[in-house]
Ligand binder design. Structure first.
Ligand SMILES: N[C@@H](CCC(=O)N[C@@H](CS)C(=O)NCC(=O)O)C(=O)O
Length: 222
């Protein structure tokens, strides 16, 4: 039995949740609030003091990308080829960098200041806007249409799906779906991933879920 421990948000865990579903491993989605997190952290159980962690038969694994690779290796979503798996890693790290840009705004307490900071990030030429342009360019230039140019979707595509659309769900003040405007290739990518059978069924009853509605194929249809 595998146990994923994280907050109830999508955050750094949603891609792992999807990959665990695809793996068909038996796993439990353990969600904690901040006090639950503090308790686990203070017990010394977290390898790096942060979530997510995955409890496995071999021990506790931390770091969201490491967990993705570990479970991805048990599925068709990672590659045995050294070069191809390195390119998948490259994408995972680059997508994580995008997430770090947003994380920097969490420490801003004043809501107006926070919104202003995020609006600057998503405005043309802003750091997040530039990341989305890069994702579009990567998808456009990919011979296979997948972010790491793999034959089929990889863990990097699952992370791109989870993080890129997770950002526009409306849960981050100052950021909304206008970030996708003019970025049709991302919407096409969204359709291809959201229609993978496991993903389709995972989000089938989440049309009204405030966080996860964006993972359904009909999320952005007019
Ligand atoms: N590089 C780590 C970052 C983990 C991380 O920053 N986790 C946050 C939640 S998204 C956390 O545990 N925050 C608790 C705190 O900082 O007190 C990863 O990708 O897993």
């Amino acid at each position: 039995m595998y146990r994923l421990i994280y907050f109830s948000s999508a955050g750094r865990a949603e891609a792992i949740r999807i990959v665990l579903d695809i793996s068909k491993l038996s796993w439990e989605d353990v969600t904690v609030d901040f006090s639950g997190y503090s308790e686990i952290r203070d017990s010394g159980k977290l390898p790096w003091g942060l979530l997510p962690v995955l409890e496995t038969p071999s021990g506790i694994l931390s770091e969201s990308s490491a967990i993705l690779r570990y479970i991805g290796n048990m599925t068709y979503l990672n590659s045995n080829d050294n070069w191809s798996s390195a390119k998948i890693d490259e994408c995972l790290d680059a997508i994580s960098d995008m997430t770090h840009i947003l994380t920097n705004t969490f420490r801003i307490d004043d809501i107006d200041e926070k919104i202003a900071a995020r609006k600057a990030l998503v405005a043309p030429g802003g750091k997040l806007s530039n990341c989305y342009d890069t994702f579009c360019r990567k998808l456009e230039n990919s011979k296979t249409g997948w972010i790491a140019e793999t034959e089929g979707p990889s863990i990097a595509d699952i992370k791109l799906f989870s993080d890129c659309f997770g950002l526009v769900s409306g849960n981050y003040d100052g950021i909304d779906i206008s970030l996708l405007e003019g970025r049709d290739i991302l919407l096409d990518f969204h359709t291809r991933i959201s229609e993978l059978p496991v993903i389709l069924s995972r989000y089938s009853d989440m049309k009204n879920d405030p966080i996860r509605w964006i993972y359904r194929p009909d999320a952005f249809s007019k």
